[in-house]
Design a protein around this ligand. Structure first.
Ligand SMILES: *[C@@H]1O[C@H](CO)[C@@H](O)[C@H](O)[C@H]1NC(C)=O
Ligand SMILES: *[C@@H]1O[C@H](CO)[C@@H](O)[C@H](O)[C@H]1NC(C)=O
Length: 486
C-alpha cells in the first residue's frame, strides 16, 4: 500500500505533506523506510510552515535556511512542550535558583534566547543597580556571564545580533527627571568563554535628549535602539510622542514623529526590519495599531553620523502609515500587552491581550480578557465600520487583577501573575491562544495546587518568558532569582 503512495512523484508527495498536520507527518515518517528517507530531506521540512506553533529556532530567520534535521528536531520538541503545556495541573520539569547572593529586588528580567538571561537588580549600595547577563543553558548550572553596576538605571531592553554572538543592551537612566538618557552597551556572547571570567559591557553609544519629555517604552532590534518620549503640553491635553532612534554601528541619531490619532494614549511600539508598529488606545476605547514604513528611517540611520544632515530630525523619514487596525470597543479601563511579533507574508504580525478589569470595577463582577490578532482578518463577523473582533474572549475571576503579563514572542502562549484583591492571593497563570482553526483559548493555573514554590508568589517582582522552550524567569523582592522549566 505505502509502496503505491511512494510511487508518486516527490513533488506530489510534498504537496500532500503540506496539507496534513505536522503530528501526522511525524507518524507517517515512522511507517516505513521510504517515508523515513523522504523525511530526512530538507524539502519536507521546508514545505511545512513554522508559524502554527512557537519553535525554538532563531527568530526572523527564513526557515528554508535551516536544515531539515534541525527543523525536524525543533518540531518534535515543540510538540512535546505543547502536550505538556496544554495539560492541566502539569508539574514543571525543574525549578532552579540562580545564585546571585548579594543583590536586592530583581527589578527586571529578559530572555535574549533560551540560553541567555539579562537581569537588572538593586545593588547592595542603594544608589546603584547591577546589570547582569546569565548563561542559563543548563538548568541548575546557570552562571553570571557579565556584570556591571550602573548608577540611576531604571530599566533596560536587550536583543542579540550577528547570529546570536553579540548582545546590545540599552539602559534608561534617571527615568524620573523628565529628560531622556539612555546608555547603550554591547557584549560579546562567546560560548567558549571561561565561566570564571566575567565578560565586559562595552559602551556602544548614548541617547540624550534635553527637551522636556517622559521616557516611555525602550526597544532594541539588531543594531537599532529606539525609545518613545511623551511630551505633555498642558494638563488637559493628551501627550504627543516622539521616537528617538539610534544606530549602534553608525552612531547616527534620529528623531521620528508619527501622525498619531488625536487622544492617543498608552502608546507602545514594536520595531521590525522594515516596519515600525505603534499601538495605543484611541479615545480610550479602541485599541489601534498603526504600521509605518521604516525603510527611509532605517536608511538614514545606516548613514554614518557625519553624513546625516541636521534636518533628518523630521517626521518625513517615517514613511506613510501603511495600515491601521482598530479593534471593536474595549472598556475604557483596559490594560493591554503586545507580543514582540514576527513577520508573516512580509508584514508584522502581532497579538494583543487586553484585560478589562481594573481594581474598582473588578471588585463586584468578574472581568473579561480579549485576545486580538493583527493584521485583523476582515470577515463576515466584522462588518465595515466596526473594528476587529477578538479571536478569543475569556473570563477572569471577580476581584482579580493581572500583574506582570508576559506574552510570548508569537503571542501563542502567555503567562501572568493574577492577584485577587479580596483574598490577596497571587496565582501564576498560563494560557495558549491558537490563531488558526477555531480552537478555543486554554487558560489555566501554571502550577498544580500541589506544587509548592519555595517562596511566596506575592514576592514576584519581575518575570520573563521564553515561549518556545517554556522557560520562565522569576525575579523576587528579596533579590532571589529563579528559573522555571515547564
Ligand atoms: C513533558 O513532560 C514530561 C513528563 O513530565 C517530561 O519528561 C518532558 O521532558 C516534558 N517535555 C517537554 C518538551 O517539556
Ligand atoms: C553556557 O555555558 C556552558 C558551560 O560552560 C556552555 O557549554 C554553553 O555553550 C554556554 N551557552 C552558550 C549559549 O554559550
Amino acid at each position: 500500500m505505502t509502496g503505491g503512495i511512494l510511487a508518486l512523484p516527490v513533488d506530489i508527495l510534498l504537496v500532500v505533506v503540506s496539507y496534513i498536520p505536522v503530528e501526522s507527518v511525524l507518524c507517517l515518517l515512522q511507517t516505513c523506510r521510504g517515508f523515513h528517507a523522504l523525511g530526512s530531506t530538507d524539502y519536507v521540512w521546508h514545505t511545512i510552515g513554522t508559524d502554527s506553533l512557537p519553535l525554538d529556532i532563531p527568530p526572523d530567520l527564513d526557515c528554508r535556511r535551516l536544515s531539515g534535521q534541525t527543523l525536524h528536531r525543533a518540531w518534535v520538541k515543540g510538540l512535546r512542550l505543547e502536550r505538556n503545556w496544554s495539560t492541566e495541573a502539569y508539574n514543571p520539569r525543574q525549578l532552579s535558583q540562580i545564585k546571585n547572593s548579594d543583590e536586592y529586588i530583581v527589578i527586571q528580567t529578559q530572555f535574549l534566547s533560551s540560553d541567555w538571561l539579562v537581569t537588572l537588580a538593586r545593588a547592595p549600595s542603594i544608589s546603584s543597580l547591577c546589570l547582569s547577563i546569565w548563561n542559563v543553558t543548563f538548568p541548575g548550572r546557570e552562571y553570571r556571564y557579565a556584570y556591571m553596576e550602573i548608577p540611576h538605571a531604571s530599566k533596560f531592553s536587550a536583543a542579540t545580533r550577528k547570529g546570536g554572538t553579540e548582545a546590545v543592551v540599552a539602559v534608561v537612566l534617571d527615568a524620573y527627571t523628565r529628560t531622556t538618557n539612555v546608555n547603550v552597551y554591547s557584549v560579546c556572547l562567546d560560548k567558549d568563554q571561561d565561566p570564571f571570567i566575567l565578560a565586559t559591557f562595552h559602551q556602544a553609544g548614548r541617547i540624550a535628549s534635553l527637551s522636556d519629555g517622559t521616557p516611555g517604552e525602550l526597544r532594541v532590534r539588531d543594531n537599532i535602539v529606539m525609545i518613545s518620549v511623551a511630551h505633555f503640553g498642558d494638563v488637559f491635553s493628551p501627550p504627543t510622542y516622539t521616537f528617538l532612534a539610534f544606530n549602534v554601528d553608525t552612531q547616527t541619531h534620529l528623531t521620528l514623529r508619527a501622525k498619531l490619532p488625536e487622544h492617543f494614549t498608552h502608546v507602545q511600539f514594536r520595531l521590525f526590519p522594515h516596519h515600525l508598529v505603534i499601538a495605543g488606545l484611541k479615545l480610550h476605547e479602541r485599541l489601534a495599531l498603526q504600521t509605518y514604513d521604516f525603510t527611509a528611517a532605517k536608511a538614514a540611520l545606516a548613514r554614518p553620523r557625519y553624513l546625516a544632515s541636521e534636518n533628518d530630525a523630521d517626521h518625513d523619514l517615517l514613511g506613510p502609515c501603511l495600515a491601521e487596525d482598530t479593534t471593536d470597543e474595549v472598556p475604557s479601563d483596559s490594560d493591554f500587552s503586545l507580543s514582540d511579533g514576527f513577520i508573516r507574508n512580509g508584514m508584522p504580525a502581532i497579538t494583543a491581550l487586553v484585560f478589562h478589569a481594573t481594581a474598582v470595577s473588578a471588585l463586584t463582577r468578574h472581568g473579561t480578557a480579549s485576545v486580538f490578532s493583527f493584521p485583523a482578518e476582515v470577515n463576515s463577523h466584522c462588518p465595515a465600520g466596526m473594528g476587529a473582533m477578538p479571536i478569543h474572549v475569556f473570563r477572569t475571576p471577580t476581584s482579580a487583577a493581572s500583574d506582570i503579563v508576559c506574552l510570548g514572542r508569537t503571542g501563542y502562549r502567555c503567562v501572568w501573575l493574577e492577584r485577587r484583591w479580596d483574598t490577596d492571593i497571587f496565582t501564576l497563570m498560563k494560557a495558549s491562544f491558537p490563531s488558526r482553526d477555531s480552537k478555543t483559548a486554554f487558560v489555566e493555573r501554571l502550577l498544580p495546587p500541589t506544587f509548592t514554590l519555595p517562596f511566596l508568589a506575592s514576592s514576584i517582582q519581575s518575570m520573563s518568558f521564553e515561549e518556545s522552550t517554556g522557560r520562565i524567569s522569576l525575579g523576587l523582592h528579596t533579590g532571589q532569582l529563579y528559573l522555571l522549566d515547564l
